[in-house]
Design a protein around this ligand. Sequence first.
Ligand code: PS7
Ligand code: MN
Ligand code: MN
Ligand code: MN
Ligand code: MN
Ligand code: MN
Length: 392
Amino acid sequence: LENNLKDQQDPDVEFCDDMLGKVSRSFAAVIRQLPTQLGIDICVFYLALRALDTVEDDMEAYKGREAEKQEELVHFGERRLTDVNCSIKGVGAADERLLVENFGRVARVFAKLPAGSKEVIKDITDKMGAGMAEYVSADLAQGTVDQAAYDRYCHMVAGLVGEGLTRIFVTSGLEGSELAGQGERTWPFCADPKKEPANLGLANSMGLFLQKTNIIRDYLEDYVDGRAFWPQTVWKSYACSNDLGEFALPTAHGAGTRLAVKAGSDNLAKGVGEQALLCLNDLVADALELVPDSLEYLERVKTPSIYRFCAIPQVMAIATLAECFDNPRVFTGVVKIRKGLTARLIVACCDGPDAVHFWFRSFAEEILSSVSKGNCVGAAGAIGKRLEKACQ
Ligand code: PS7
Ligand code: MN
Ligand code: MN
Ligand code: MN
Ligand code: MN
Ligand code: MN
């Protein structure tokens, strides 16, 4: 994949391209291969949201000053994105700290973007900031309250990104307005069904699929950080205590639970209980239910570089889900897809829709065969049925 953001002469654009490479492992390449102007717009969009997320994620800088954090999130678009001298000090770590300290340079590029993109980036930054602020006061130590709170959080931090990206593709003239859809379906987050194209619902699902996969994979990291997202109504139906952390404990389940000893898992993972895996597989089924929307969205994308930008993260997500499915290592460490597979998946997305469908099918079948052979936890019950349905 090429980098169309390189050698743009403008030192602030160069700064944005450098920062993008530093703060994003997964999005830098797919953003850089876009046509130059669209790539700059989406690079700025990415960095604005990355900066907002740096504020959201910092649990130290705002300790005991949660109201200030909410204030920063809610007014980020108004006060930071439009301030060409902006510098936020003492927030975040490493490269993200550098990004917010020099955020004025992003604001300078933002100021020069096409009006259509500016309006969308500002609007989504405002909405996401307000959404994140809602969850600052929520105690997330034990996850989100229920399925609705889980879906709403994912909408705020990822569904909105999908909506914004779609609107930018359309205003840039590279995609037609049918990508945003016109009133074909209603969905829960539509503020005004008469004004909002209802099929932004598909774009919302694209974001939700990435975010739910991230939340499933990051179980341990998020739990340890004291900001968990697994919905309580789901995990409490499997746990035997009121602590989400019990899934990570080797001895949490005594009599009556079969230890899930999987070939190739490390010693620690051998102690992960069956209940933990039931819960995991339940959430994987929930995430997989977004796949039909995701495929429908991808079918509507016409521009090859935008197709690659959209498809690569989705294919990586279903690969990650297949890897996490029924995998005790989710509870003891970080599950990653192998380097070689990652490279093959990127090549497939460059080949086009047929290769992308092949891989979606291949990961779905991998899960399905495990269910039908009965060699995953929950195969015979309701979870097995949901997985079968989602994988058809
Ligand atoms: C503007 C490309 C393509 C229709 C920073 C891309 C964090 C999963 O756990 O970094 O913080 O490390 O692994 C991206 C839909 C958003 C949703 C959201 C903005 C796809 C701030 C990605 C990315 C819509 C809130 C990064 C949602 O994961 O997370 C641009 C279509 C940022 C997309 C966050 C998560 C993204 C995320 P972590 P990651
Ligand atoms: Mn990340
Ligand atoms: Mn965050
Ligand atoms: Mn984050
Ligand atoms: Mn995460
Ligand atoms: Mn993270």
